[in-house]
Design a protein around this ligand. Structure first.
Ligand SMILES: [Zn+2]
Length: 587
């Protein structure tokens, strides 16, 4: 792409040459492009949805309807030529349908040449000009972007509010912008000695032309989007991750920003090191933390975050958005279809990083359970398999994508074992990176890693709103032994961990697998040893196990002693035995 931005009018125009390879077994007679900026017009699908949803997002609700023609967003493809032949274009809101003059056969490539013109909207959501902190341009979802065609066909989603899915490619982007602006972008800046603006020059001397505009040339390989930001007051620093990427930091050059942003690089180096070791190696040569946007949003090799925060919040959002590089950036599951696979996994890994940066005695994933339980108790819980834009409330989307997603990963550790979970996540990264994995891909990897059959876990937890509740029905002495009867009260399935604590301070953990697992977690996969019991035939509402007595030696019996499952009612999980108790039976 070759693009010129006119700050006087906030307009931009560009030309593009796109070489597109059809890696599918299907003949394509049409292709689709996203025209995201058209969402920022009164009456758009995003406008209407943002006002009519039950719990509006106050960043958006009502603000699009109030935009004047000078403030709204626009993007239009002027004409598109396929291998020299003009194509027929049909624009519908934020989606462009291109009828190909020549069908694209499997394994063939074709080339699209087109011009586009656009107007940067006043910043409403993610992209736009003049954000709340005065950053001039947050250029995200800004160019005509090819939609993804995969085994489920086209994903020409209109831009309604939620997130994205994209086509892998190599981007070569030239930007012509007033030389007063400093630009941060996806990709590597070519010839930094002609630019300066804080970019490392290596051994070369700065030779910047004295022109009113500078020509910035960025190349990004194997990414599925291209974002940039520009401001006249950006301070630009860099920090090298040992054996990792060069980190860039762009923030408003003010004393308030300086106070926190100068602390950020050291934390982010440690964050990248933790991620590289525990979740897979970051493959690109750079990553940029850029003040801009309206909160935090991930893009390839770059994030836009609001910058006016206390240090803990600045580190937290920077960890979360950069960890997206692994799930949004590299694995790149369809965020429209499987939002929990991106946000949830990012929350899981991000919580592990935050525990490393700010060690605390509590389970770093505990808040995921709290959020999920509150949603269930609100009655607004929806199946996690619901497509992102189609959740009835923003709350259900948010809690399901972020909290349920994190809980789903963390809880899987109680099924397959903690060590196999960690090894499985690395294996998932290695097997599925650059492949847009779906739930089935994760299931297959985790089954191979653990030897446990996981159909029930993926089918029931993702596709239903059933909830988990096991309880203790009775603990009775019999011939010097104790019979513990467990019951499944909720409809959701899980294996059960049961801890028996004795008066002498010792304890034993029992693991009751489900018959559906065709196996169980391996003892070596857990830090705490456990005694493996016979499987719970899953159709049985109750299960009985026998443990050594006498009752007088037992202090308590507890289901899920580490609080690692989404038990919706924990009040029936523990039975205590004061001295002299004769046993326990549920009334
Ligand atoms: Zn996120």
């Amino acid at each position: 792409m070759d693009v010129t931005l006119e700050p006087a009018t906030h307009g931009f125009k560009g030309t593009a040459k796109l070489v597109y390879t059809n890696n599918s077994p299907d003949t394509l007679r049409e292709v689709f492009f996203h025209l995201y900026l058209n969402a920022f017009q009164p009456g758009s699908e995003m406008d209407v949805r943002s006002r009519t949803i039950a719990d509006p997002d106050d960043r958006v609700g009502g603000r699009i309807a109030a935009l004047t023609p000078e403030q709204e967003g626009r993007i239009q493809v002027k004409e598109l030529v396929q291998d020299g032949k003009p194509a027929t274009l049909e624009e519908l809101g934020t989606v462009l349908k291109v009828k190909l003059p020549k069908p694209l056969l499997p394994k063939r490539s074709t080339s699209f040449d087109y011009e586009f013109v656009g107007q940067v909207p006043v910043q409403i959501r993610r992209s736009g000009r003049d954000n709340a902190e005065g950053v001039a341009y947050s250029m995200t979802q800004w160019y005509p972007k090819l939609a993804e065609y995969d085994q489920r066909g086209w994903h020409a989603y209109p831009y309604v509010g939620r997130e994205f899915y994209g086509v892998w490619g190599d981007f070569d982007v030239t930007l012509h912008v007033d030389s007063a602006y400093t630009i941060a972008a996806t990709g590597m800046l070519q010839d930094p000695e002609r630019i300066g603006h804080g970019y490392p020059l290596g051994k070369k001397a700065l030779k910047r032309p004295g022109t009113a505009q500078l020509t910035w040339h960025f190349i990004a390989k194997n990414v599925h989007d291209f974002a940039w930001a520009a401001d006249k007051e950006f301070k630009h620093t860099t920090e090298q991750v040992p054996n990792g990427p060069l980190l860039h930091f762009f923030y408003k050059d003010t004393p308030e920003m300086e106070a926190t942003w100068k602390e950020l690089p050291a934390y982010m180096v440690r964050s990248f090191q933790h991620m590289n070791t525990h979740f897979g190696t970051y493959p690109w040569p750079q990553y940029s933390f850029v003040q801009g946007g309206d909160g935090g949003m991930e893009y390839p090799m770059l994030t836009l975050i609001t910058g006016n925060r206390r240090l803990g919040s600045l580190v937290g959002v920077s960890v979360h958005e950069s960890v997206h590089s692994w799930y949004y950036g590299l694995l790149a599951s369809n965020e429209g279809r499987f939002p929990w696979m991106d946000e949830g996994f990012t929350e899981y890994a991000g919580s592990e990083v935050m525990q490393e940066l700010f060690p605390a005695p509590d389970d770093p994933h505990a808040s995921a359970f709290t959020g999920y339980r509150a949603l269930v108790n609100s009655g607004k819980h929806e199946a996690p398999s619901t497509p992102a834009d189609h959740f009835i409330t923003n709350r259900a989307y948010g809690t399901t994508a972020y909290s349920f997603g994190e809980l789903f990963v963390h809880q899987l550790g109680t099924v397959v074992g903690e060590k196999d979970l960690k090894a499985g996540l690395l294996r998932y990264f290695d097997v599925c990176k650059f492949k847009h994995p779906e739930p089935i891909d994760l299931e297959r990897v985790m089954e191979k890693q653990s030897g446990v059959e996981l159909d029930w876990y993926f089918d029931e937890w993702i596709n239903t709103t059933r909830t988990l509740d096991y309880g203790i029905r009775s603990v009775l002495a019999m011939n010097g032994e104790l019979r513990v009867e467990l019951e499944r009260i909720g409809e959701q399935l899980m294996p059960v961990d049961l801890r028996v604590e004795r008066r002498d301070g010792s304890s034993t953990t029992y693991h009751v697998p489900l018959s559906l697992e065709r196996g169980a977690k391996r003892a070596v996969s857990e830090a705490l040893p456990f005694t493996l019991c016979d499987p719970w035939q899953w159709t049985d509402p109750t299960y009985t196990l026998t443990i050594p007595g006498p009752l007088a030696a037992i202090k308590s019996v507890t289901i899920d002693p580490l609080g690692r499952t989404a038990e919706i009612d924990a009040t029936n999980n523990t039975v205590e035995f004061p001295l002299g108790t004769e046993g326990f039976a549920k009334p």
